[in-house]
Design a protein. Structure first.
Length: 570
């Protein structure tokens, strides 16, 4: 029973605490809502309304202000008091513990307070915009008035700088003055909504007029003082150059007419105050005039260069032709005795044709230069190119001449070389004959006769009517190489045969005591006298003797070499 009572007491305490918490929470929310209402009511918006009400408003601006004022008074005098009264009622009902009902109603009123705050902010923004618009237009009137006075003074003081534009500019200024008066009137009446559109148009017209005043004077100055004088100078220069037979890469007469037409066209652009078109035409005129000056100056300078180079060109051509003639004569002479392997004669004839073409072109220029109008810039480019071409022709002439200049000396050197080959092969033959050998290896004999035939072929080639020195040079190299090999083979036979004879004599002291020496002796003897294999015979007998007397071969070989040296010296 006691436990039940304790539980009941605890539940009651909890419920009471919850009720107190809810009451205090609701009271705090009610207080916050009332504070927000007081802040709106105590705001300085009423004073702002009185200040704006004193402005001269009309039209849409006045209607907008009256709507703001009406909405503000409805908010302050009706909506907010009703919300405040209802909040008081909720506060009184809190004591009656109608919590669930009061919670929903309180939430609804809090939402209404938030809506009222947002509505207040909107009204405040609209009021600020009205004031700002009034200030903007007031400032704009002063600025536009100053700009108008500046434009008017500029036109009065510098009307001579605008030429045919002055009438249109003054008319535009008069229109600007009327537009300004209309704008000022609407602004003074307070119809800022209407005056905003007028302001944009007025500012655009003022800006356009200022741009025209700034950009038209230099265009008119060019049109009045610069371009006509330049055109007259160009026309006079063109007439003078044409009479002196100058030609031009472009139709200069047509270009000068275009310049004259554009000058007239830009006068009309200035008259109509077409600023962008006038500037574009001004630039086009400047470019065309500069181009015309450049073309005439280029042709004048090109003619001077061509004239200065005429004698040099003629001398260069004459020299190249003289060299070509000498080269062709020399090649024709050489071709009677020598084969020209690298198309030297054909290349020389090609160079000759090129020089003929250059001569023909140069003669045509000399014939027409005083009779017809010539584009000297093109002639000067051609002149430079042809001079470079003739330099290359002379280089090629020298290259061809150098390539055949030594043919006669090469022939003499080849003859001397062949004579030397013949002497060498006969010397080798005598050296072999002095040995009185029983015979010679067939391979050596074949090689000897091969080299001999090569020498005979060379001698025959050198005695032909037309010599192919390039082929002869290759044969000389091959024959020299083969002759060197033959000399090595000959020396090998001389050395091996002499050493074999000495080793056979030395073997006599061991033949009776060493059967292997006796056998080797007989084998080596047969190789020497029957097969003429002197190297093989030396190898057989030397190995046998080394087996019974190590080092004997080296000693005998050294003695032989020393003896050979002494024989050479003596």
């Amino acid at each position: 029973m006691v436990v039940v009572l304790v539980a009941i007491v605890l539940i009651a305490v909890a419920i009471y605490a919850a009720v107190l918490f809810f009451q205090r929470s609701c009271e705090e929310r009610i207080a916050n809502a009332k504070n927000s209402i007081e802040e709106i009511i105590d705001s300085p918006l009423e004073e702002e309304l009185r200040a704006v009400r004193e402005l001269p408003l009309s039209g849409d601006s006045l209607a907008e202000f009256e709507q703001v004022e009406h909405d503000y008074h409805a908010l302050i005098n009706q909506q907010l008091p009703e919300i405040s009264e209802y909040l008081n009622q909720i506060h009184e009902q809190l004591q009656q513990y109608k919590f669930f009902k009061l919670s929903g109603e309180l939430k609804q009123k809090e939402l209404q307070v938030e809506n009222a705050k947002e509505r207040y902010a909107q009204l405040n923004r609209k009021l600020v915009e009205l004031k700002k618009t009034a200030e903007v237009h007031k400032k704009a009137i002063n600025e536009l008035k100053e700009e108008y006075q500046t434009i008017r003074k500029t036109l009065l003081a510098k009307n001579f700088s605008y030429g045919p534009s002055i009438d249109k500019l003054e008319a535009d200024l008069a229109g600007l003055e009327k537009d300004f008066d209309d704008y000022a009137k609407v602004t003074e009446e307070g119809d800022y909504a209407k005056s905003s559109s007028l302001l944009e148009k007025l500012q655009a017209k003022t800006h356009s007029l200022k741009i025209a005043l700034k950009k038209l004077p230099p265009v008119y100055r060019n049109l009045k003082n610069v371009f006509p004088e330049q055109l007259e100078e160009l026309q006079s220069g063109f007439k003078q150059l044409s009479s002196e037979k100058y030609g031009f890469p472009k139709d200069m007469e047509k270009q000068l007419k275009t310049i004259a037409d554009l000058i007239k066209e830009n006068e009309e652009n200035l008259k109509q105050v077409e600023v962008s078109r006038a500037e574009a035409t001004d630039k086009e005129l400047a470019d065309l005039i500069d181009e015309a000056y450049d073309v005439m100056e280029r042709e004048y300078n090109a003619r001077l260069k061509v004239k200065r180079q005429e004698k040099h060109f003629a001398d260069f051509l004459e020299h190249a032709q003289a060299q070509e003639k000498e080269l062709l004569i020399e090649l024709d002479r050489l071709s009677q005795n020598y084969t020209l392997n690298h198309n030297e004669l054909e290349e020389a004839h090609t160079l000759n044709e090129q020089l003929k073409k250059i001569k023909k072109e140069f003669d045509a220029y000399l014939e027409t230069k005083d009779k017809e109008a010539l584009v000297y810039s093109e002639i000067q480019k051609r002149q430079v190119a042809v001079l470079e071409s003739m330099e290359k022709i002379e280089e090629k002439q020298k290259e061809i001449g150098d390539s055949v200049a030594d043919l006669f000396e090469e022939e003499k050197e080849a003859q001397a070389a062949v004579q030397g080959f013949d002497n060498d092969i006969h010397r080798l033959k005598r050296e072999i004959e002095l040995l009185n050998l029983p015979g010679l290896p067939s391979e050596y004999v074949e090689y000897f006769f091969k080299v001999g035939r090569e020498i005979e072929n060379l001698d025959r080639d050198l005695n032909k009517i037309q010599l192919n020195m390039e082929q002869i040079a290759r044969e000389l190299i091959n024959t020299q190489s083969d002759l060197d090999v033959l000399a090595q083979k000959t020396q090998e036979i001389i050395d091996s045969s002499a050493l074999t004879e000495e080793m056979l004599q030395y073997a006599n002291r061991y033949r009776s005591r060493y059967p292997e020496v006796a056998s080797a002796y007989q084998h080596a003897y047969d190789l020497f006298n029957r097969d003429y294999d002197y190297v093989g015979a030396l190898d057989i007998i030397s190995q046998a003797l080394e087996s019974v007397e190590p080092g004997c071969y080296k000693r005998i070989e050294n003695d032989y070499k020393e003896g050979s040296k002494r024989r050479v010296v003596s």
